[in-house]
Design a protein around this ligand. Structure first.
Ligand code: B1M
Length: 217
């Protein structure tokens, strides 16, 4: 099979076919990251371009998003396969005003794959809820996702809320999502920007290691 078949079925919103093709690709020995990037994400990007050009509308995008989720669920055991002991705790959410959750869910999956415990607080999350969860669940890292240029500024509010709550020196704040950049992350005082789910998981694991080493000294 060719991985392009997955992206074409995803674009057409055919969830059952996407699920079956992802399973077929796994059975044929394609690596999980290629199935994700060349199959699922390629399809999602293509629908994004058609959405921007007004060739498809919200219902079609939602149907494609459902197909993406079903495909990603088949891949999940491979993305999270690790057997590593919990290396730290992360709370993750999509910021207030923003309902996009596909990227966040992938980041959460990859972090679990690195042995991190992930507390997913969903979408449309107000800054205070990130802080309350981090305190209550004793998280070392807060991860914020935003897909809209109109909501990415809420990430700055999360940084300020952490400062106001007096926890800024004991939590790392990581940000990401399509409109976010390293320059933006620096501007709002976040600790890290990562462009994709794999690098977010690497960075989170590195932060947890650093924080453990500091505590040990
Ligand atoms: Co929306 N939408 N959408 N949408 N949507 C975009 C983002 C848009 C770029 C489409 C476009 O115009 N081309 C555009 C934003 C424009 C802008 O702000 N400049 C847009 C718009 C305008 C809107 C609405 C306003 C449309 C409307 O109603 N008129 C509306 C807003 C609703 C709201 O949130 N309040 C809306 C709604 C929707 C749907 C509900 C229909 C659906 C979301 C379904 C869902 O998520 N459950 C949807 C979708 C699916 C998209 C596109 C097509 C795809 C997004 C996606 O899932 N990508 C998107 C166009 C596009 O991005 N090509 C678009 C796949 C996903 C895996 O990638 O989320 O970028 P991404 O995640 C990546 C990285 O960014 C990174 O890792 C992930 C994997 O590697 N990452 C992180 C993400 N979060 C991270 C956090 C980290 C680290 C890395 O923390 C450390």
């Amino acid at each position: 099979m060719e991985l392009k078949e997955i992206s074409l079925q995803l674009e057409a919103g055919r969830a059952k076919e996407v699920k079956a093709l992802v399973q077929q690709a796994i059975d044929e020995g394609f690596p999980a990251d290629r199935i994700l990037n060349e199959g699922l994400l390629a399809g999602m990007n293509a629908i994004g371009v058609r959405f921007r050009n007004n060739e498809v509308f919200v219902p079609e995008v939602l149907i494609a998003a459902r197909a993406m989720k079903m495909g990603a669920n088949v891949l999940k055991p491979l993305l999270t396969e690790s057997g590593v002991q919990a290396a730290g705790r992360v709370c993750i959410g999509t910021v207030m005003g923003d309902l996009h959750d596909i990227g966040k869910n992938l980041v959460a999956m990859m972090m679990e794959g690195k042995g991190l415990e992930v507390i997913d607080i969903g979408t449309d999350v107000p800054p205070e809820q990130f802080i309350e969860t981090a305190i209550e669940e004793d998280c070392q890292i807060i991860c914020c996702s935003a897909l809209l240029t109109t909501t990415m500024n809420v990430m700055g509010d999360v940084v300020r809320a952490a400062e106001n709550a007096g926890i800024r020196d004991r939590v790392k704040i990581m940000v990401g999502g399509a409109p976010v950049t390293a320059a933006f992350a620096a501007q709002i005082g976040a600790d890290a920007y990562t462009p994709d789910a794999a690098s977010a998981a690497e960075q989170a694991a590195a932060f947890c290691r650093e924080m453990k080493e500091k505590q040990a000294v």
